[in-house]
Design a protein around this ligand. Structure first.
Ligand SMILES: NC(=O)c1ccc[n+]([C@@H]2O[C@H](COP(=O)([O-])OP(=O)(O)OC[C@H]3O[C@@H](n4cnc5c(N)ncnc54)[C@H](OP(=O)(O)O)[C@@H]3O)[C@@H](O)[C@H]2O)c1
Length: 164
């Protein structure tokens, strides 16, 4: 396999590459996809329930998905995912990471996760080998379809200077 890396931001919330041919092309050419921010910068862990949970000065306070109205709406999605995680006996973070890993199942494309965590406990939690069943994947798909993410990925001025 040729080792190149294609950096893309995706979690449940930025799945464009699976619909626009990029993931298929990476698989075909043996290009590794690096999935950065797979926990939605912490949102998908369930720990960010409102804007008051965002530390002052954090980049998140400038991002559309973390603005008050959007965050309120996006937290509804997180709560639905939390229910599925609880049903499986895993954490919301583990469910999110398992979902991303599943997207790279059988090397289609090969996916490397770039997760941020600052404690040994969280790193261990995030490394757990959680495998989702077809039924669980279907349940997640339905939750995602019923709860579209509110807010652009990046602020407009920032987006104008990114390549993806
Ligand atoms: N190339 C690019 O364009 C680009 C853009 C953005 C990010 N990145 C890279 O992607 C990597 C990850 O990004 P990120 O850290 O912003 O986002 P992330 O991995 O989606 O989320 C990390 C956040 O989730 C929290 N967290 C991690 N594990 C958790 C758990 N098990 N339970 C509860 N909370 C948990 C972390 O808190 P604690 O830190 O307090 O543990 C942190 O606030 C970084 O290396 C970053 O540099 C690259």
């Amino acid at each position: 396999m040729e080792w190149a890396s294609h950096w893309l931001h995706f979690a449940y919330r930025s799945t464009d590459i699976f619909n626009n041919g990029v993931a298929d092309t990476c698989a075909e050419l043996g290009i590794v996809v690096t999935a950065h921010t797979p926990l939605g910068a912490g949102m998908l862990t369930g720990n960010i329930k409102s804007v008051s949970d965002i530390p002052k000065g954090s980049f998140k306070s400038f991002f559309p998905r973390f603005q008050e109205e959007a965050l309120k709406k996006n937290f509804l999605l997180v709560q639905e995912l939390q229910k599925l995680a609880e049903k499986k006996g895993v954490t919301a973070a583990q469910l999110a990471l398992a979902w991303v890993k599943n997207k790279g199942k059988d090397g289609k494309p090969f996916i490397v996760l770039a997760v941020g965590a600052r404690s040994v406990e969280r790193v261990k939690e995030n490394f757990a080998d959680v495998v989702l069943t077809e039924k669980e994947l279907q349940d997640i798909k339905e939750v995602l379809e019923h709860n579209p993410v509110m807010g652009d990925r990046f602020p407009t001025a920032f987006a104008a200077h990114t390549e993806y």
